[in-house]
Design a protein around this ligand. Structure first.
Ligand code: FRU
Length: 512
């Protein structure tokens, strides 16, 4: 490179830095230094985890300039939640992620207490548009300080983003009657076929009843209130966070994460969990009519998912693989907390939301190990079946046509001390994840049960392990259970157990 070109490059770099606030420059410098202290072996392999510090919700999930962009709620300086920044990573296949410098820091009047969750679209002129919630504390008439939330935008090139001079673009003035300015967050926008934009934002009434507001914009910059797209009417928890809305297989799908839910039968056991409303959507009048509801994940660790439409037309969802009630039990000495789930391909089948691991995962398959018609009545191990980075599909059925087995279980991340298990009891039709023996010393939630569909004791489960997590896709994605487990990596055994007689086919791949 000639001296002239080199100095031009340096000048451009210098100008780029000048544009950025001191807070953002500090965060970028900090993450670049501190990430070196986290070994590759201490991170998940193909699940996006925080670069350093703390991660929660996925944000700005989008496809831009030939790559998937994932931003996330980020507190680089501590492995606990704190003033929110946006972390940033890119990937070509949704599985191998490369960190980019932090994209947003809380550095203006209107977001000085946090850049909360939001989304991204690509503008027709090729720029990347982010919309997010700006948080700023305000003194209330009773003298207390409270966080007021507004919607703000930033425009960038895929690395650096400039906050819009007209921010905030939506404030308390744009709320429908009775709307709380303290709970007005997590805008998810999309571009309609006619080139205009729509955006859903989580809100609740002053009494704390959740609802999803719809806004429209001709250009992504100026926004206008349209209507309440869906309302809780005190059915599912209180405030509705992190909405996403899209069409899927001819249905309108609204996903949102309500806080403080009561369990209902086998649904909604997570306190703060994720709800999926499926219905019809009239594109002309932007009217959503609810028909069905279900939980999105039946495990322990899943919240605030966001979706993207891939260039080949697939709707892919990634969630935060954590639970708000158990994410604060680690010591400050731990350098990171927060992982995302596997990207999941969504479809509607038989009126339900189905999820499958993204097909790109198949390209990571190493050697295949296959065992067919294995019948067992106690604990067994199978040749070539072990590991902590595994994709395995199990099909089970009764081993004895006359006598239904009582229980099947697969144990993994296993050694003499530890294991986590997935079990199935055909009489109750219940799949259970249990991480009680995963190495936790805390009396937190370690089990979750899910009512599944099974006929005559047959069941299919695809189980994905990536060091510190398990995701179970039951019956081709009809039900999904997700859990993290921070078991020592030396525990890499896998075994199978039957109470009664079970016959199993298994195909297992190590993930490279
Ligand atoms: C959900 C959430 C969002 C908010 C963000 C703050 O997990 O509470 O509503 O934008 O986290 O980090």
């Amino acid at each position: 490179m000639s001296a002239g070109l080199l100095s031009n490059k340096m000048i451009i770099e210098e100008m780029r830095c000048l544009m950025l606030s001191q807070s953002l420059r500090d965060a970028r410098k900090y993450e670049e230094t501190m990430e070196k202290k986290i070994g590759r072996e201490d991170r998940p392999d193909f699940h996006l985890a925080t670069r350093v510090g703390w991660m929660n919700d996925p944000n700005g999930f989008s496809y831009y300039k030939g790559e998937y962009h994932m931003f996330y709620q980020y507190h680089p300086y501590d492995s606990h939640w704190g003033p929110m920044h946006w972390g940033h990573a890119v990937s070509k296949d949704l599985l191998h992620w490369r960190y980019l410098p932090a994209a947003l820091a809380p550095d203006t009047e209107y977001d000085r207490d946090g850049c909360f969750s939001g989304s991204a679209v690509v503008l027709p002129d090729g720029r990347h548009l982010l919309i997010y919630t700006g948080v700023a504390k305000e003194a209330q008439p009773d003298g207390n300080m409270r966080e007021v939330q507004t919607q703000c935008i930033a425009v960038g090139d895929g690395t650096d983003y400039e906050k819009y001079a007209g921010n905030p673009v939506l404030t308390r003035k744009d709320l429908p009657e009775g709307g709380s300015k303290f709970d007005f967050r997590d805008p998810k926008m999309w571009r309609k076929p006619d080139g205009t934009y729509r955006c859903v934002v989580g809100n609740c009434t002053q009494e704390g009843d959740g609802r999803i507001l719809l806004y429209s914009s001709p250009d992504g910059m100026q926004w206008k209130y349209e209507k309440i797209l869906a309302a809780n009417h005190n059915r599912f928890g209180r405030m509705w966070e992190c909405p996403d809305f899209f069409m899927l297989d001819g249905k309108g799908v609204l996903i949102t994460s309500p806080q403080d839910m009561f369990p209902q039968g086998f649904e909604y056991h997570n306190g703060n969990g994720t709800l999926c409303l499926i219905g019809s959507y009239d594109e002309g009048t932007d009217t959503f009519t609810e028909e069905q509801n279900q939980a999105v994940d039946y495990g322990i660790d899943f919240y605030a998912p966001q979706t993207v439409l891939t260039p080949d037309g697939r709707r892919i969802m990634i969630g935060w693989m954590q639970n708000w009630d158990t994410c604060n039990l680690h010591t400050p000495a731990e350098p990171w907390l927060g992982q995302m789930t596997l990207p999941r391909e969504l479809s509607i089948q038989k009126g339900r939301l189905y999820q499958k691991p993204v097909r790109e995962l198949d390209d990571m398959h190493g050697e295949e190990v296959r065992h067919e018609n294995v019948t067992f009545t106690d604990e067994i191990r199978l040749a070539g079946v072990e590991g902590r980075k595994v994709d395995m599909e199990l099909s089970i059925r009764p081993g004895d046509a006359e006598n239904m087995y009582r229980k099947f279980a697969v144990r993994f991340a296993q050694d003499d001390t530890y294991h986590t298990s997935i079990s199935f009891r055909p009489y109750e039709s219940i799949v259970k994840v249990d991480r009680k023996f995963s190495g936790s010393r805390r009396a937190i939630i370690h089990q979750r049960r899910c009512l599944v569909n099974s006929e005559g004791g047959t069941l299919k489960m695809r189980i994905i392990l990536d060091k510190f997590s398990v995701e179970v896709f039951v019956n081709d994605g009809e039900h999904v259970l997700t859990a993290t487990m921070y078991t020592d990596l030396a525990a890499d055994g896998i075994s199978f157990y039957a109470d009664g007689s079970v016959t199993m086919d298994i195909v297992k791949y190590e993930l490279k």
